[in-house]
Design a protein around this ligand. Structure first.
Ligand code: UD1
Ligand code: UDP
Length: 366
């Protein structure tokens, strides 16, 4: 009898890093794979499913406009109870640190079902940053049976917390598996044609703890820099959160060298990264992707759970205050030695075969 693996995810970044694993699991005869999406994100999730050709078996469709953490957690928890009772999987795989991840792991714990945590062991050890993700990832790791740690450092965090060594596996990050499928040598897009001949800054921002005043300061710094350097343009594929859109509209509107566009397909976004001069973001996943593309990233946060990218030289933490962000952007745009030092391609996240390793471990140990 094949062992039953259920893969659960709900937001864009989880989907990007779980779809390569789904495709790998589906190729294994010894495993029966079911895909359940929570639909915590709707449009941004569907974009990724389409790009990878993954069709969910179950869709909880929980997204609401301006949803609160209470909405997401309770809706998933209750709906997941019924799914687990019906499916009775041998293991449920969750990813990273979203509320989908936390609520699903909690549902598994209540139902006595084993959890496999993909991208386990990332830590800032400050449960307010990022919020609520640091809490989510720590809480999930209390109930996890299979820890799929992307790096030696994340495995070390888990060991130091007293997790069983034989439950921890270093696999690499499936983000690199996804990158192997998306980045093309010859790639064109009308938005890149618009930016041709300029230095392109690629922007993303969405963190819950940055909504409101921190985000206003972030955008003011970026606008000031664009106004200062006539040879610089910015493209901002904006998150669908209306709270993000309000601030972006207020601060960035009316500057011709900044284009705010709808979220890009993952294939497009990865190739936009490859064509950019630098990236400025508060995202988690982009911190993993940029080092292998050799693109400098200014991370608009005070702490990161991805110190590997800082060690690789690609990432720099710049906080969320206008003056500091502006200064960091200014330096990167004027000091070639700083720019070159941050542009070395170095990939701390594995060889792009993390999914294969995770599937091998499940085949062996289930
Ligand atoms: C969520 C995750 C965060 C992750 C981010 C990736 C939590 C608490 N947060 O944050 O860890 O980094 O996703 O992007 O799990 N919306 C749409 N369509 C979409 C997606 C979002 O309209 O496809 C809007 C909705 O109004 C929704 C709002 O965005 O209520 C916020 O979405 P939510 O998942 O609650 O939070 P994110 O900030 O996206
Ligand atoms: N991404 C994308 N389209 C976009 C912006 C980002 O496909 O318009 C990808 C990006 O390459 C990365 C992931 O989305 O893989 C990051 O998602 P996000 O920043 O929303 O979440 P986080 O990683 O912070 O949890």
């Amino acid at each position: 009898m094949p062992k039953k693996v259920m893969v659960v995810f709900g937001t864009r970044p989880e989907a990007i890093k779980m779809c390569p694993l789904v495709l790998e699991l589906q190729s294994r005869n010894a495993l029966e794979t079911t895909v359940c999406v929570t639909g915590q994100h709707r449009q941004m999730l569907d974009q990724v499913l389409l790009a990878f050709g993954v069709t969910p078996d179950i869709d909880l469709d929980v997204m609401q406009q301006r949803q609160t953490l209470f909405d997401i957690t309770t809706n998933i928890l209750l709906k997941m109870k019924a799914v687990l009772e019906e499916q009775k999987p041998d293991v449920v795989l969750v990813h990273g640190d979203t509320t989908t991840t936390f609520a699903t792991a909690l549902a598994c714990f209540y139902s006595g079902i084993a959890v496999g945590h993909v991208e386990a062991g990332l830590r800032t050890y400050d449960i307010t940053a990022p919020y609520p993700e640091e809490f989510n990832r720590q809480a999930v790791d209390i109930v996890t049976r299979f820890y799929f740690a992307p790096t030696a450092l994340s495995a070390q965090n888990l060991e130091q917390e007293g997790k069983r060594k034989d439950h921890i596996h270093i696999t690499g990050n499936t983000a690199i598996d996804a990158l192997r499928m998306t980045v093309r040598n010859s790639y064109g897009h009308p938005q890149l044609d618009w930016a041709a001949g300029s230095r392109l800054i690629l922007i993303t921002a969405h963190r819950r703890e940055n909504l409101g005043e921190p985000m206003r300061q972030m955008f003011r710094a970026i606008r000031a820099i664009i106004e200062e350097f006539p040879d610089v343009k910015a493209i901002y594929p904006i998150h669908m959160n209306p709270a993000v859109r309000e601030v972006a509209d207020e601060v960035l509107r009316g500057e011709d060298r900044i284009r705010i566009i709808e979220p890009l397909d993952v294939l497009d976004f990865h190739n936009f990264m490859a064509h950019s001069h630098l990236i400025i973001t508060d995202s988690g996943g982009i911190q993993e992707e940029a080092p292998s593309l050799g693109k400098p990233v200014l991370v608009m946060r005070d702490v990161t759970e991805r110190p590997e990218g800082i060690a690789a030289g690609t990432l720099r933490l710049v906080g969320t205050e206008e003056a500091r962000i502006r200064e960091a952007l200014h330096l990167l745009l004027t000091d070639d030695a700083t720019y070159q030092a941050m542009s070395q391609a170095a990939n701390p996240y594995g060889d792009g075969f993390a999914s294969r390793r995770i599937a091998d471990i499940l085949e062996r140990e289930l």
